[in-house]
Design a protein around this ligand. Structure first.
Ligand SMILES: C[S@@+](CC[C@H](N)C(=O)[O-])C[C@H]1O[C@@H](n2cnc3c(N)ncnc32)[C@H](O)[C@@H]1O
Length: 260
């Protein structure tokens, strides 16, 4: 799937990380949340349980969720004892009912310190859950997030296994995994949440990710590649087949490198 940068096809809306993605995500948001809430969604079966486990006890901790979607995950953290939680998303497609202690702000995660109301605030936990790829300058954004961490705070960052996108492109283009994995530039990606809307994404490799963490002065405390449980795999064999082919996501707990 080679990357037409921002071409417009009839009936298809495109966006890229360097353009304004808000319209495409505003259009996608209801479909994304609908897909996420299905009982067989991988977010529900694999990703959120693993993200939640790596977050640990959130009692009394403040949480900033950058690219928070409708804010549903943050609302669960507030119910679990988190305090002073803020979600930021470009769409503003937020939960209509919010518990006390949860603030949802429409804004761009690329410059978190410039989001209205966030200057000079710090947080115990900062989340990029499948949203880091939308940062205009990933290292700059991570550095800014690092500056917003309270003492002993950490960043929880999840990204799709880049091998998954490379494999999908290899299948579509009749190319090899290596050619696509090491390709540079952009590609158009239809999410499956809504075939009418295409996002234009940058390619990345595992080393790109690791180098971004180092350049931002962060080290990996823990990394996991969560999988379906045996029980969920039996219940949803189509999801087991998908995970066995495309691997899923990577989750990192990142902390500031002391003295940097
Ligand atoms: C794949 S969804 C993940 C949503 C949520 N974090 C979750 O785990 O379910 C990506 C989210 O990033 C948001 N997003 C995309 N670009 C953004 C930007 N520049 N600033 C803030 N949010 C952005 C989208 O609106 C969408 O809600």
């Amino acid at each position: 799937m080679a990357a037409p940068d921002s071409s417009i096809e009839a009936g298809t809306r495109h966006t890229s990380p360097d353009e304004d993605p808000s319209q495409a995500w505003t259009d996608l948001a209801p479909d994304y949340e609908r897909a996420r809430s299905r009982e067989d969604s991988l977010d529900r079966l694999v990703e959120w349980p693993a993200q939640r486990k790596l977050l640990g006890d959130v009692t009394g901790h403040s949480v900033l969720d950058l690219g928070c979607g409708n804010g549903g995950k943050l609302a669960e953290l507030v119910a679990g004892g988190a305090t002073d939680c803020v979600g930021v998303d470009i769409t503003g497609n937020f939960l209509t009912t919010r518990p006390p202690g949860l603030e949802l702000i429409r804004g761009d995660l690329s410059e978190p310190q410039s989001v209205h109301g966030l200057a000079d605030r710090t947080f115990d936990r900062i989340l990029f859950l499948q949203s880091f790829g939308y940062a205009k300058d990933p290292v700059r954004t991570l550095k800014a997030a690092r500056e917003m961490l309270a003492d002993d705070g950490f960043i929880l960052l999840t990204r799709t296994q880049p091998i998954r996108y490379a494999l999908e492109r290899a299948e579509q283009n009749g190319t090899s995994l290596g050619e696509e994995y090491f390709a540079t530039g952009r590609y158009t990606y239809r999410t499956g949440w809504n075939e009418e809307i295409a996002l234009t994404k940058r390619t990345y490799t595992i080393s790109d990710l690791l180098n971004a963490f180092s350049a931002a002065g962060l080290y990996i405390e823990t990394a996991i590649e969560p999988q379906l449980s045996e029980e969920a795999g039996c219940r949803y064999p189509h999801k087991r087949e998908w995970m066995n082919t495309y691997l899923g996501i990577l989750i990192f707990r990142l902390r500031p490198i002391p003295g940097t």
